[in-house]
Ligand binder design. Structure first.
Ligand code: CO
Length: 222
């Protein structure tokens, strides 16, 4: 049996290192957490929320799933959002996708992978309903597969950002005057940099200003 002892050794070293810098650190965290951020990201092992943003334990509440999808029937995601907004009172929710996302790639290649195909349905819908022009450019060889994949990763973030701020959780928070912004970001595996997709929404008025029926995507210039 493999005990994975090296992980416990790593952990002991890490805890000692933190304690050496800040002897009160763990005592403080054991009593309460008050993160300002809720990160909704992809499960991909290459996109860890804390490391990328340089945040310490206690500073970011995290929910991750395949392809960073905000699904209104997903009890897990909604429970995390509700707790983060209503109890922890985070000030920012960032929906963070990444280029080279395997979940998005599976939709692009129409690959059958099993259960996850159902999970990825929202990404397939973007491809079918919002990507006619890009698909045509790609079919004519004007747009590379890489470029199409990049645009679909970005569009998925935009769509999931919208799904996040359309939840009753976020809308009710705004309605009672709570300070809360929802952001859409994308991470590049190749250079480790985060990019803001410029779709931040911070109030009911801003959310309502996004025209009914018009794809949120169209407003981002993607
Ligand atoms: Co991914």
């Amino acid at each position: 049996m493999t005990s994975l002892k090296y992980l416990f050794d790593n952990n002991a070293r890490w805890a000692e290192g933190i304690r050496a810098q800040d002897p009160e650190f763990f005592d403080r965290l054991a009593h309460q957490q008050s993160p300002e951020f809720l990160w909704i990201g992809c499960s991909d092992s290459r996109v860890p929320a804390n490391e990328i943003t340089g945040l310490m334990p206690g500073e970011v509440f995290v929910h991750r799933n395949v392809a960073n999808i905000v699904n209104h029937a997903d009890m897990n995601c909604l429970s995390v959002m509700q707790y983060a907004v209503d109890v922890l009172r985070v000030k920012h929710i960032m929906v963070v996708g990444h280029y080279g996302c395997g979940g998005v790639g599976a939709v692009l290649e129409q690959r059958r992978a099993g259960m996850v195909d159902n999970w990825l349905h929202p990404v397939r819908q973007i491809m079918e309903h919002q990507f006619a022009e890009y698909r045509s450019l790609h079919a004519r060889g004007v747009m590379s597969t890489q470029a199409l994949w990049d645009r679909l990763c970005e569009a998925n973030v935009v769509q999931q950002t919208r799904a996040a701020f359309e939840t009753a959780i976020v809308r009710d928070a705004w309605a009672r005057g709570q300070e809360l912004s929802v952001h859409g970001w994308i991470y590049s595996l190749s250079d480790g940099r985060l990019r803001d997709l410029g779709v931040t929404v911070g109030s009911l008025a801003e959310a309502d200003a996004i025209a009914e029926g018009e794809p949120f995507l169209a407003q981002t210039g993607l």
